[in-house]
Design a protein around this ligand. Structure first.
Ligand SMILES: [Zn+2]
Length: 377
């Protein structure tokens, strides 16, 4: 249902500052000092060991007093409320999110509750959560629940690529899946209201196209570089595509069926071990099928996604025996009234989406059979 309220304003929004490079944490004091002196540092135990200790020692040398909050793993209302109370007691004056998408989305909600600035420091390039003024919230069991929107985007997004290069290549691939959806979805959503509440600008379209072009040029090369921890220009380019370009692109360009179908798949328990971008990748194939993309166009995307080992068949998703009844439930959830699938310009209903999901698996399987693709080592 593109633009049912006849909104005429074009809106583009983004973080105030984006910094990316191999020394970003080492140099972070100079950027963070504009935000305050007493940050809440939201970080899970794993990332604390990998990057948290180092960040704390850098910041303490720069005169900051850090209150460390232990993030327990799910971007749920309960976790947000728990950490907000902790932050209030500690009287922090800004928030630092250190970690992946769920840590970031939780921290944005905390900063919003407190009315203080937020710096997002991504330790992976696995989602496009860092730059946006919204959080995706899940139940404590990991089911998609809702989007929460904020007045402002993060004040600062800082990506230390010397940390990101040490994350498993699977995370970069998931980020590629999420980022590859950006242009595919924005093309469909170009007459729909974006996440800023306005219409997409020309710049949003350019950002989305650049995002996609970067992934086709460098995605595979960056994935391979990640395996040997080689911090190459291709890797830097893909980190930027996954984080900045995809972040600006989805927020101001809009999303459509790929993410709605992803949200539907969160209802299948057997897929809970998969990353956001891995499910979105399959959603891309579904959306292209839904949109009647021709074979050459469809296979261009399938080829790129398989080249970085994204799971775009039922078997690769770990649900080889998924039933029609389960897929119908996914289609039903994807077609919820509040879903972004209604940004599609095509006719949509549960039945059409159910068949597109089956068609996506069929198309990817056929491509694999014909090309002899095998998961890389
Ligand atoms: Zn996404």
């Amino acid at each position: 249902m593109p633009n049912p309220k006849h909104i005429t304003e074009r809106i583009f929004q983004g973080p105030q500052k984006y910094i990316q490079g191999p020394n970003a944490i080492k140099n972070s004091g100079q950027y963070l000092k504009a935000l305050g002196k007493k940050p809440l540092l939201t970080v899970d135990d794993n990332v604390y060991e990998i990057a948290g200790k180092n960040l704390i020692s850098v910041l303490e040398k720069n005169g900051f007093t850090i209150h460390r909050a232990r993030f327990r793993g799910e971007a749920s209302v309960k976790e947000i409320d728990r950490l907000t109370v902790e932050a209030k007691d500690a009287q922090v004056d800004f928030v630092i999110a250190l970690g992946g998408g769920k840590t970031i989305d939780t921290s944005k909600a905390i900063a919003n509750h407190l009315g203080v600035p937020i710096a997002v420091m991504s330790t992976t390039a696995s989602t496009d959560a860092p730059c946006s003024a919204l959080s995706v919230l899940y139940s404590e069991e990991g089911l998609f629940e809702s989007y929460r929107f904020y007045q402002w985007n993060p004040n600062l997004v800082l990506v230390d690529t010397s940390v990101v290069i040490n994350a498993p290549p699977r995370m970069l691939a998931a980020g590629i899946g999420d980022a590859l959806a950006t242009n595919v979805e924005a093309r469909q959503a170009r007459y729909s209201v974006n996440f800023g509440g306005g219409m997409p600008t020309e710049l949003a379209g350019a950002v989305c196209r650049t995002c996609e072009g970067t992934l086709f040029r460098y995605g595979k090369q960056a994935y391979e570089a990640n395996k040997t921890r080689s911090l190459t220009p291709a890797f830097e380019a893909v980190v930027e595509a996954n984080t900045l370009l995809s972040g600006l692109g989805f927020e101001t360009g809009g999303i459509a069926a790929a993410h709605a179908i992803h949200n539907g798949f969160t209802a299948i328990e057997a897929m809970h071990g998969l990353m956001h971008g891995e499910k979105v990748a399959f959603g891309i194939v579904c959306q292209l099928i839904l949109d009647g993309a021709d074979t050459a166009e469809l296979e261009r995307y399938i080829d790129l996604m398989l080249s970085v080992d994204l799971p775009i068949t039922f078997e690769l998703l770990g649900i080889p025996k998924v039933t029609d009844a389960e897929l119908r439930a996914v289609a039903k959830a994807a077609c919820a009234p509040t879903e972004t699938i209604w940004n599609m310009e095509r006719a949509i209903n549960e039945d059409i989406v159910f068949h597109a999901i089956k068609g996506a698996d069929t198309a990817s399987r056929e491509f694999i059979r014909r090309t002899g693709w095998r998961k890389s080592a």
